[in-house]
Design a protein around this ligand. Structure first.
Ligand SMILES: NC(=O)c1ccc[n+]([C@@H]2O[C@H](COP(=O)([O-])OP(=O)(O)OC[C@H]3O[C@@H](n4cnc5c(N)ncnc54)[C@H](OP(=O)(O)O)[C@@H]3O)[C@@H](O)[C@H]2O)c1
Length: 420
């Protein structure tokens, strides 16, 4: 696909951006260890974010595939996870956004296709899952070996792609920061989503934990079994929680930000911890809203540290991705992944999958999150054929269509998801 006016040559820019690319690809049968340098031989499909903004900024393109550099592994991707953060990245709704064009995606599963120099702990053909700083939504992806994990016995590629980000986040929030122990109480927002469902499963591993969750009422039936106390996301949840637990809760997991941070702090018991780990509230439409962004920041800025001290409360923050690129953070992630894998093998935890889509259906998949429709994880599969577009849907049936009118008409038709 040709570059748009004003946009640089996509394939070249992606390679600069990703930080996991080398200039040469050697087929796996010729060499399992490459040192980089040389001619790019292969092309593979990838979802490319061509600029920040609406869903129309997402394209599926063929691009040159880099060889794995020293310490990297090239994966043949079988499935990739979609996270709320991917919406925020698309909108440019984050601090230090990456340069576009870029291949989005923070997690995937697949087979090891090729080993970079110095990689000894994986075999070509081995099944793995990975977490990474961009680049997962592609047929082939290069990942630093520290962030690649063997698929445990019995884990499918779909489970492997849905597992890392949600479960690592949930585990580190609950156990490393929140110090969850027997008999404690927890409040989680977006309880029906990827992280929310992982939080629910991990809370169930500790005896006597009382879990409160907010979610859109349309999901309540589907997730009722995983939570003790389910509250509509539009309800006055502070009052609802206090009806059951007048003292409040020990841990508040705040992925909404803005006014919810102060509400979360107000709900904390003394010695409790409120952990800010997302800012979903900033997403109010298909493109970034500077008003919502500023409002959320202003509301959080009003939190007074002196009040925390007087009230014996703790406000913490968490971001998974920066941990991946720090040696101490990557070690912590590996240890956590080992514990989570063990729980998976024992059948204690299992990712909840909402739906699986082809790369070409990325806009519809993302729209499902905008519409608050997902219960569990949304996945993309590079080998999945897109469901044919419905002939009757030649008009705008989905916000996945381009409001700037620059898409093919065929891309503006609606597809039905494959729902698990
Ligand atoms: N800090 C980290 O390292 C880290 C890692 C992973 C995730 N997170 C954060 O954790 C939260 C959940 O992430 P996830 O990937 O598991 O996503 P998710 O919960 O599956 O996201 C989709 C759900 O979020 C809820 N939601 C809240 N605000 C929304 C909005 N403005 N627009 C659309 N939906 C909204 C909706 O559920 P309801 O309508 O039912 O509320 C929606 O179905 C996000 O805030 C994400 O940024 C942070």
């Amino acid at each position: 696909m040709a570059s748009e006016p004003g946009e640089p040559e996509t394939a070249l820019m992606i390679e600069e951006n990703k930080g996991c690319s080398g200039p040469m690809v050697v087929p796996a049968e010729e060499s399992q260890q490459v040192s980089g340098g040389g001619v790019v031989e292969r092309e593979a499909r990838a979802v490319v974010l061509t600029g920040f903004g609406a869903l129309s900024k997402l394209r599926v393109m063929k691009r040159s595939v880099p060889a794995p550099r020293r310490g990297e592994v090239l994966l043949c991707v079988k499935a990739c996870g979609m996270n709320f953060l991917d919406l925020m990245v698309r909108q440019g709704n984050m601090e230090n956004p990456p340069r576009t064009p870029i291949v989005p995606g923070f997690e995937c599963s697949g087979l090891v296709e090729m080993l970079g120099e110095g990689v000894e702990n994986f075999q070509v053909g081995e099944g793995v899952m990975a977490v990474m700083c961009y680049g997962a939504w592609a047929e082939l992806a290069c990942v630093p070996v520290e962030n690649v994990f063997p698929l445990p016995p019995g884990m499918s590629f779909t489970d492997g792609a849905a597992f890392p980000v949600s479960f690592l986040t949930a585990y580190l929030l609950l156990f490393d920061i929140g110090r969850l122990r027997e008999g404690m109480s927890v409040l989680v927002h977006s309880a029906g989503g990827g992280v929310g469902q992982a939080v629910a499963q991990l809370c169930a591993t500790v005896p006597g934990v009382t879990l409160f969750g907010t979610a859109s009422s349309s999901k309540h039936e589907a997730i009722r079994g995983s939570l003790l106390h389910l509250i509509d996301r539009n309800a006055d949840y502070v009052t609802e929680v206090k009806k059951i637990s007048p003292e409040g809760v020990d841990i508040v997991l705040d992925c909404l930000c803005g006014e919810h941070t102060a509400k979360g702090l107000s709900l904390l018991k003394p010695m409790g911890t409120c952990i800010l780990y997302g800012s979903s509230n900033m997403v109010t439409g298909e493109t970034k809203s500077f008003f919502s962004f500023a409002k959320s920041w202003w509301q959080v800025e009003k939190v007074n540290p002196l009040r925390l001290y007087e009230e014996n409360k703790c406000l913490a923050g968490f971001q998974l991705l920066p941990l991946l690129t720090r040696p101490d953070g990557a070690t912590r992630v590996r240890h956590t992944m080992a514990r989570l894998t063990h729980l998976y093998i024992k059948g204690v935890i299992r990712p909840r999958i909402d739906s699986v889509w082809a790369l070409e259906e990325v806009k519809e998949a993302m729209q499902r999150i905008h519409d608050r429709g997902n219960v569990g994880k949304i996945l993309l599969e590079p080998e999945k054929a897109p469901i044919p577009l419905m002939a009757s849907d030649s008009t705008d049936t989905s916000e996945a269509c381009d409001e700037e009118g620059e898409e093919d008409e065929s891309e503006c038709k609606e597809r039905e998801p494959f729902i698990h």
